[in-house]
Structure formats: C-alpha cells, structure tokens
Design a protein around this ligand. Structure first.
Ligand code: F6P
Length: 535
C-alpha cells in the first residue's frame, strides 16, 4: 500500500538517495568515464534496435540501485500491472487509463468491467481503416462528387498535438495527394490561413474532440461548417465533409455528423494518450492504415518491454528514474528535448502536454498536499536549430538542465552528407555538455551536465511508436514515484470558466464583474476601446 504522498521525502529509500547525493557519490562525469572504459556499454539499454545511452548521467551502479529501491518502495511493479490490467489508476475520475489497450494486437483479450476491450478497440480500428481506404482511393467523394484532396483536423491539446506531431514525423510515409492541416487555436487568422487556397468541395474536416464540448474546437468546427456551406450551399454537404473522432457521439451527431462517420473512443483514454485511438484518424488518412498499424505495433512492443522487463533493465523506468534524480535531488526545474530530426520538430510540444499536463500537480493521487517537486517544465527544439538559440545556457548557464538527444542513423532521402553532419552535432553536444573544457572564465564550459541519447536506425512508423510509448511510460513511472495522478487535469478548468465570464463581459461591452480585479478590468476596457478603433 502507498503511504500518503506527503510522506515520500521521509522514506528511508528517499533519505538514502539524499545522503548519496550529499556524499557526491553520483559524481563527476569525467571521473566516472575515466574510471570505467565499459561505462557506455554498461549504462545503455536496447529495445528492438532503439538504443538508450544513459551513461552521460551523474549516476553510479549504487545510484541506480537506490533509485530502483525507491521505485520498489512506492510499488512501481504493482502499479505498472494495474495500469495494464485496467485498474482504476485515475482515482479522481474513478476510471482506468487503458491507452495500452489501444495497441494490443488483434485477438489479445482484456476484459474490464465486463467489457471485452480488445474487440471494441479493433472494431473501431477496422472502421477507421476502411474509411481511410475509401478516402485515399477516391471512392469517398465530397458532396459534389469531387475527390477529397485536403484534410483539416480540428482539435486542440491531445486532439491536436499527437496527430500533428506524428503526421509531420511520418511525412515520408504520407500521401502527397492528400494534404493534411491542423487547426487548433481559436484565432481567426489561423482559421483563414488553414483554409487558404483550399477548395471546399475537396476538403474533409476531422473534428477531433474527446468531449466534443471544447470551446475552441466547436467554434472552429462551426466556422468550418459555415465556410463549407457558403461554397456548397446545401446542408446535406456536412455529412460528406465532416467526420468525428470522439467519446461523445451524441454531441457529434447533434452537430450534424453522420453517426456512420463518427469514430468512437472511450472515456478511459486520456486526451494526451489518445494518438493510438480514433484521435489518430488524420494521421491514418495521411499515412495510411498499414503505417498506422506499424506505429501501434511499435507502441505495443514498448508496452510489452515496460510491463515485463526487470526494473533494472527497463527503458521507461530508467528514463523516469533519472528524471526523478535530477528533479528531486538536484533541483532541476526543466528538461530539454532535442530531437536531431526536423521531422520530430513537434515532439517537444507534444511531450510538453504529455509530461506537464500529467505530472504538473501539487496534490497527490491520494488527495494529500505535496511538498516535493513534481513534473519539470519540458521544453526544447530540433537540433541543430536549438544550438544556435538556447544551447549557450545549457553549456554555461548556472542552471542544471538535463537533456534528451534523439537521433537516427539514416534519413529517408539523403542529401549530400547532411545526415553525418547532423549527427556529428548531436553527439558533439552531449560530449560538450558532459565533459566541457577548460579556458578563461568566459570561454570555459564546466561540463558535468547530464543527458540521455536515444539512437535508432531510422524514423519509421514502428520506431515512432516505440519512442512515444517510451515517453508515456516514463511519465507514469515518475507519477508513481511522486505520488500524483497523471491522468487528470483539473488545473485547466479555472481558466476555461473565467474565459466564459469574461467573454460575457466583452459581449455586453463592459468589464462588469463586481468581484473582478482592477488589472483584468483595465485590460478588458482597453481591449473594448481598441477593438472599436479599427485599423
Ligand atoms: O484543456 C485540456 C484538455 O482537456 C486536454 O486534456 C485535452 O487533450 C484537450 O483539452 C482537448 O479536449 P477534447 O479532446 O475533449 O476536445
């Protein structure tokens, strides 16, 4: 049984890690490497060709053993099992988090609350695949009989970041005759830019929303419907140009979406964990069902590894515990993600939601207030672009910023020696961070800055799946250690409610809220005045 989250820092396993740190035992990277010429091999893990080299971390065998002891003390193995078995691992919403069931192979059985989940999942996957084939082959046409050439995914948060990131990541696998765009923000300029140059008769909108109540998504969907109907002039066109991915089919149907074209997912899929569900429809349209299934297979392979590998040789556990080491014992507030692949340029934003919406909590899963740091601020950019922007701070700033480097041995269509140059930079950065160099103060790099490197042969759908499941499970490991519920997000509700009140005030033309503060009142008044001024 877990004790209350507030007790975490009093556990003997935690205190042992604190003493280990105080004794400087995690040590200095240059010394650790000098003393062990097998260090890289000993501090690496491999899963189906994906290498995780975590040797450039401030850890010894003893540090890792102490971290694993902490993981055992908080019942990590039992919690992993509960996650996969459909336990109610989301206590504040009293439900399981079964994203791993979304990528179970055909025929795998999992019954939760009397429902055979595998059959449900594959039923929807088959419907999705059939629909995608019809659109991609041209059999499914728009209202006026024209072939669909453009898809716009309308969604936000988990209903945008996953498909947006993965569609870009798998660009070389996508159909060049079917352009997929993503509309998330409630911003007229973004809406205009998204539909610019598109012919409504050839455009399909995928309204992606788990709840089908999200303000931004519904406002954009209504604007899209108006844009479509203005051109096609017949309400019946909606059924041919709008489809939905949602856990609320009734609301989708009320919007006018044909139930036949409504692809369901379930309340046990968290938004930020939903790429493998119907939420991935835009990705499947772009890359095709086969590639989508390959991604699911990669995710499943990582799921199996996470569930079955011993904690000491478990990739998500290693990544998770190393993050705990820096956040909890070295005061690292942030974690940088640096993919050396422009195709993964959206990965930092995706991981931001995955990690920060999951573990950015100050109350434990048991309802108790938390007195230790939880999920770090996740940020980053593709390399080498980040090198010319913020790496200065990583090398010489006073903050400790652990980094994940992600790279590939091969690109999809070689250009000169670009890949060698790109990866030379990737490896150079982790070496420079770890070992630094001496010199006059302004030129010296202190080194001893930790990083992980993930290296795979190529960014295929399967490898993408492995990577995404790796990070999902890393987040779960950290949630278990820090004692938070990674599957709720109550903190986003207040802002939504206030926006509703403020919109009312804007509509009525006055910042009227008696309880409102003078700053917000001033901003609304100034906005109303400026709005009336025109160009
Ligand atoms: O506002 C946060 C959030 O609830 C995310 O967790 C979710 O991914 C996003 O909004 C979108 O929600 P929906 O898919 O229900 O539109």
């Amino acid at each position: 049984m877990n004790s209350r989250s507030s007790d975490l820092t009093q556990r003997p396993e935690w205190l042992a890690l604190a003493s280990h740190r105080d004794a400087g035992s995690g040590g200095d990277l240059a010394t650790l490497f000098a003393g062990d010429d097998q260090r890289a091999a000993r501090f690496s893990l491999e899963h189906e060709g994906l290498l995780l080299d975590y040797s450039k971390n401030r850890v010894t065998d003893e540090s890792l053993a102490l971290l694993v002891a902490l993981a055992r003390a908080v019942d990590l193995p039992e919690r992993i099992e509960a996650l996969f078995a459909g336990g109610r691992v989301n206590p504040s919403e009293d439900r399981p988090a079964l994203h791993t069931a979304l990528r179970m192979p055909q025929g795998a059985a999992l019954e939760v609350d009397g429902v055979e989940i595998g059959r449900q999942v594959h039923g929807v996957l088959d419907r999705l695949a059939a629909f995608c084939e019809r659109v991609r082959s041209g059999e499914w046409t728009g209202h006026s009989g024209r072939r669909i050439r453009h898809v716009i995914n309308i969604g936000i948060g988990g209903s945008d970041l996953g498909p947006r990131m993965a569609t870009r990541a798998l660009g070389p696998y996508t159909d060049p005759n079917l352009g997929v765009r993503f509309l998330a923000n409630i911003d007229a300029d973004d809406f205009r830019a998204c539909v610019a140059g598109l012919d409504p008769a050839e455009t399909l909108f995928v309204v992606c929303s788990k709840t089908f109540t999200t303000e931004e998504t519904l406002a954009n969907a209504r604007a899209a419907r108006a844009w479509l109907l203005e051109a096609l002039g017949d309400d019946a066109a909606v059924a041919k140009h709008f489809v939905a991915a949602t856990a609320n089919p009734a609301a989708a149907s009320e919007f006018g979406i044909d139930p036949e074209q409504c692809f369901e997912f379930w309340d046990w899929v968290g938004g930020r964990y939903s790429l493998a569900s119907a939420c991935g429809l835009s990705l499947m349209l772009a890359a095709g069902p086969e590639n989508f299934r390959e991604m699911l297979a990669g995710m499943h392979a990582m799921d199996v590894h996470f569930r079955s590998a011993p904690l000491e040789a478990n990739m998500p556990v290693a990544l998770g515990l190393l993050g705990v080491w820096y956040t909890s014992f070295f005061g690292a507030d942030t974690h940088c993600i640096a993919p050396y692949s422009e195709a993964l340029a959206e990965l930092p934003a995706y991981l931001q939601q995955l990690e920060m919406e999951s573990n950015g909590k100050g109350v434990g899963a048991d309802g108790a207030e938390i007195h230790h740091a939880t999920g770090p601020i996740v940020w980053g950019q593709s390399g080498t672009r980040g090198q010319h922007a913020f790496f200065q701070l990583l090398h010489q700033g006073p903050r400790l910023v652990p980094c994940d480097f992600i790279g590939f041995a091969r690109g999809h269509a070689p250009v000169a020696d670009h890949q060698d140059r790109l990866m030379a930079h990737c490896f150079a950065q982790s070496e420079a961070l770890a070992f630094g160099h001496a010199g006059p103060p302004e030129k010296a790099c202190p080194g001893n800055r930790p990083s992980n490197t993930l290296l795979a042969p190529k960014l295929t759908p399967r490898v993408l799946g492995q990577l995404l499941a790796l990070y999902e499970h890393k987040v779960f490991v950290q949630a278990v250690v820090w004692g938070v519920n990674p599957f709720d997000q109550w903190g986003v509700e207040l802002g939504k409610n206030l926006a509703t009140r403020i919109r009312g005030e804007i509509e009525s033309g006055a910042a009227a809220s008696p309880g409102g503060d003078s700053s917000t009142r001033q901003l609304i008044q100034r906005y109303l005045a400026l709005r009336g001024e025109g160009e």
